[in-house]
Design a protein around this ligand. Structure first.
Ligand SMILES: [Zn+2]
Length: 300
């Protein structure tokens, strides 16, 4: 069992069942179902990625032993990608909702000034510390509060899929890697099989030869304000900014100033973050210290 912060304090991952403590109506309320319906798929995927196959640093003998969370970009990044793919394939989302959600993620990580000093690996490795001290959304885009490996990890796993498809001439895809890596144990009761970074790269090489270790090392350690877009462009798409919010963004209710003047504003009008170096900051805007729990109405 492990805590899954994607669904905040309201969920624990199990081998064979999710423990989801969201509001009872979150699957019957139309807006909640669209915005959070992928959480069901998320915990379903965790049964394999996170519970059955687990980065070796996250396997400890007991709850007192400290964990090495450096592999969370697989544990949560790949699970985030799978949860969104499963959400659209199962009909929880429409194709357009899937695309809008992905565009939103790409736009977010194209506007993360903190990526210039903190690499993606560090957000995973330092996650327990960041989670324990990070009680505010203020300047989150500069500090990177320990959740970036979810969304940015998702973009990287889309890129892995695109590389496999392009290098194999569409004969192979990430599905083949998943079947190999998570299906090799057969149908058994719950058990944990750990893996190392090297074993992960080796398994991907079994699908399509590539210098996967170098690819991941670059993505995990590069300091750039841009989102990893190889998966989007490699799949034949591009991210487009328009002057009107997408249906997805409109449904969320956030004011979309992050991609223009550099300011995040909650639906109720309160500033939750101001981007360092943005025109909003230059004009003198600053975020109050809003506890993350209050800033995110999805946290029960
Ligand atoms: Zn998770």
């Amino acid at each position: 069992m492990s805590r899954c912060p994607t669904i905040s304090d309201g969920a624990f991952d199990h081998h064979q069942s999710p423990d989801n403590r969201r509001p009872a109506n979150f699957l019957t309320n139309e807006r909640s179902l669209i915005l959070y319906g992928n959480f069901i798929a998320h915990d379903f995927a965790h049964s394999w990625n996170g519970q059955y196959r687990r980065p070796v640093g996250l396997v400890t003998a007991n709850y007192q032993a400290p964990v090495d969370t450096s592999g969370l970009w697989v544990n949560e990044g790949l699970t985030n990608y799978l949860s969104d793919v499963l959400a659209v394939r199962s009909g929880i989302w429409t194709r357009q909702q899937f695309l809008d959600q992905f565009a939103e993620t790409a736009a977010k990580f194209d506007h993360r000034p903190g990526k210039m000093w903190r690499d993606l690996q560090d957000t995973a490795t330092m996650a327990p510390t960041l989670w324990s001290v990070d009680g505010s959304t203020a300047y989150d885009s500069w500090r990177l509060g320990g959740f970036d490996f979810y969304g940015e990890g998702e973009l990287i796993w889309l890129e892995v899929d695109a590389i496999i498809r392009n290098k194999s001439g569409d004969k192979e895809s990430l599905d083949d890697f998943l079947a190999l890596f998570f299906g090799e144990g057969g149908n058994t009761g719950p058990k944990v099989v750990s893996f190392t970074f090297e074993e992960l790269a080796k398994a991907l090489n079994g699908i399509v030869p590539n210098d996967w270790a170098a690819f991941f090392a670059q993505r995990l350690h590069e300091l750039t304000p841009s989102a990893p877009r190889g998966g989007i462009t490699g799949s034949g798409y591009r991210v487009v900014y328009r002057d009107a919010p997408s249906a997805w963004t409109a449904l969320k209710g956030d004011k979309d100033f992050a991609y223009s003047i550099g300011m995040d504003v909650r639906p109720d009008g309160a500033i939750s973050d101001v981007h360092i170096g943005s025109s909003a900051q230059t004009a003198g805007f600053a975020p109050p210290s809003i506890p993350r729990r209050m800033a995110d109405p999805t946290i029960p």
